[in-house]
Design a protein around this ligand. Sequence first.
Ligand code: UD1
Ligand code: CA
Length: 461
Amino acid sequence: MSNYAIILAAGKGTRMKSDLPKVLHQVAGISMLEHVFRSVSAIAPEKMVTVVGHQAELVQQVLEGQTDFVLQTEQLGTGHAVLMAEDQLAALEGQTLVIAGDTPLITGESLKGLIDFHVSHKNVATILTAQADNPFGYGRIVRNKIDEVVKIVEQKDATDFEQQIKEINTGTYVFDNKRLFEALKNINTDNAQGEYYLTDVIGIFKEAGEKVGAYKLQDFNESLGVNDRVALATAEKIMRQRINQEHMLNGVTFIDPERTYIDIDVELAADVQVEANVVLQGKTKIGSETLLTNGTVIVDSQLGEGVVVTHSMIEESIIGSGVTIGPYAHIRPDSELADQVHIGNFVEVKSSSIGENSKAGHLTYIGNAEIGPDVNVGAGTVTVNYDGKGKYRTKVGKGAFIGSQSTLIAPLSVGDYALTAAGSVINEDVPADALALGRSRQVTKEGYAVKFPHHPQQKEK
Ligand code: UD1
Ligand code: CA
């Protein structure tokens, strides 16, 4: 029988106190909604419907083209939200997974287990539950004397006795699809929150003598429902532990995994070493035997093998193998460093390519430039790429030697093996093999310093 899925993502998330809809808050670099979507994809549903409402367009953008959407214009409760998918699903044979968009830690594995359990037990409804130390805020699973699930009671509706129950509703369920939509016709708003509770269908099924079951998660952490920023930070922490653990099992060394922040889609090869306070974001990919030292931040970049990045930042760039960067370097978007390049301390590179084996060791700005291979860029060199209106390019040929404190005024081309004298302002193209001097001659006045007050002869007077 076919699987279908409904993701509930219409709520505002009042307790988040945010302009951003709750399900778009991020955990390890992607929204909670995307986490849920990825887990749901593990059960390969034939049809997936996401219920949107609060800031619907914004929420829809995140999963555009990957699920169907239905609009819940007024958020009247989770039961009402599911009912919005009636036109899409109610006529279909099979089972439907319903999951809340604010439970980012539930894994695809658990959802597969839930579906298998539901099907093999021939249940009409199966609740994904968990055992909580502190169940406050969650719906509680009420069982009878022979341990059968009888109903779910919400925190705000629970009696003192029911509040002692530690088995909680994760907000994820599998239902016989047709029966689900029939039962939803019978729920009402007669409860503490005046909402249509999806959870009420469980009691309805049970009273009708239908088979209802619970599938309990081994790990309570998976069930975390994020309703406020405290829970968001908890989800973040647990997700990062999972991510880092997987990298460690794949051969990555961490000095302090508790203090290393790696987004979910980052790829690390075996024998990468990551020190504390390293942040790796977005679609970053790091080759083997690369060392990322304390405080390094890398965003949406690719690094080759055997790279050493010391306390530096790299954004949206491609770095070859054997490159050394830092300390305190900044590689800004759209840069490409070939193999064996060396970028030293206080060097900034932006929208530039740097050829194999070239070096810029100290205090340099390289912007909108194309630097060939085997180039030496002396200390304090600056490309002057901006005149307040446009950006201009600098081209430096292979093997060129740019003297320290050269000012390269773009547009400019320096030919292969050319040399610029230290301290030069270069504003005309330099042909290959030439030496360019762009500075005034030194004037030396013998004995002149004696007249100045710093001089010992003046002090004696
Ligand atoms: C819900 C469950 C509770 C469970 C908990 C698990 C109900 C009545 N209660 O409570 O038993 O323990 O989840 O985390 O279902 N939503 C809509 N439209 C609405 C209302 C909600 O789409 O009209 C969406 C929200 O965007 C959210 C999800 O449904 O993604 C859950 O809603 P929320 O208000 O967070 O429910 P809880 O109070 O946490
Ligand atoms: Ca919730």
